[in-house]
Design a protein around this ligand. Structure first.
Ligand code: ADP
Length: 275
């Protein structure tokens, strides 16, 4: 029996009809100009829906950070186009915040003043954000460190403070560039759990760069697997694991299927020891 047009419309899910929040279209990027320029990114196309959590995993030098910087408007693309919420990205969008691997906290400012820095930089009234800054620090277990200095904090606490700073102005898009890469394994696990909970509660659009396959799968709705020379997308893997996720999910066969698949993909691309 032929399907009626009504049935076809019923089959369309909201995600399919919603325009992507981030659109990376046929993007190539070289840092050097000239005929011999080596492309760092080649023909990268990626759409991220509003409220989606996407991880990007790949070996060192495949262009993960470059891709994030292009989306953040911190690096121009050489070819192609990036749109964030229907705006062509030519400079950092207002509705975005970034967390880097190094927390970039200023040692001479207290933790609270570091979190409030982002409001000051955006010309917002500090007073209007003080309560929110303290509440964020409290929610990250840093209430005793509000008036302390960054050098008094452990690595994990510093990264938590950096996340609070990024969240202060309630960005719709959160870009994270290997934010837990310099932490010990147990602290990293804690921050993974906290981030998954945060995302589940706020449904921010989240792009998370990592070279850790387990971390990428644990956190994401989709994992973008990149290859290098030139940097490109090798495959995008849908992660269909229930949320909210506990760390124990990493012991399940389903989880193992995803990580094994990605490891095999890297092996087939000649990349070994990615994690
Ligand atoms: P990843 O994050 O995957 O490790 P990067 O995006 O940092 O990869 O780097 C990809 C390639 O681009 C590397 O070969 C790196 O040396 C080069 N690169 C990165 N930043 C710059 C820059 N500012 N100028 C020139 N080359 C760069």
């Amino acid at each position: 029996m032929p399907m009626s047009s009504e049935a076809v419309v019923d089959d369309v899910t909201p995600r399919e009809v919603t325009k992507p929040y981030v659109q990376v279209s046929a993007v190539s990027k070289s840092y050097d100009a000239g005929a011999n320029a080596v492309p760092v990114l080649q023909d990268v196309t990626l759409n991220i829906a509003a409220g989606e959590f996407v991880s990007v995993v790949g070996p060192s030098g495949c262009g993960k950070s470059t891709l994030l910087k292009c989306i953040a408007g911190l690096q121009p693309v050489t070819a192609g186009r990036i749109m964030v919420k229907d705006q062509h990205v030519v400079s950092p969008p207002d509705n975005m915040a970034i967390v880097f691997q190094r927390d970039v906290l200023l040692d001479w400012r207290t933790v609270l003043d570091n979190v409030l820095l982002i409001a000051e930089l955006r010309g917002l009234r500090r007073k209007d954000y003080e309560d929110r800054a303290v509440a964020l620090l409290k929610s990250y277990g840093l209430e005793k460190f509000v008036h302390r200095y960054p050098w008094e904090l452990s690595g994990g606490m510093r990264q938590r403070a950096a996340i609070c700073r990024a969240l202060l102005v309630d960005p719709e898009l959160l870009l994270m560039d290997e934010p837990f890469g310099a932490l010990d394994a147990m602290t990293r696990d804690d921050l993974n759990v906290e981030l998954e909970r945060l995302w589940h509660a706020t449904r921010k659009t989240l792009l998370f760069i990592t070279h850790g396959i387990d971390e990428a799968v644990y956190l994401a709705d989709r994992v973008v697997v990149m290859a290098r020379n030139p940097g490109r997308i090798a495959e995008i893997v849908d992660i269909d694991l229930p949320r909210p996720r506990a760390l124990a999910v990493r012991q399940t066969a389903e989880f193992g299927k995803y990580t094994t698949h990605i490891r095999q993909l890297f092996a087939s691309l000649g990349v070994v020891g990615s994690e």
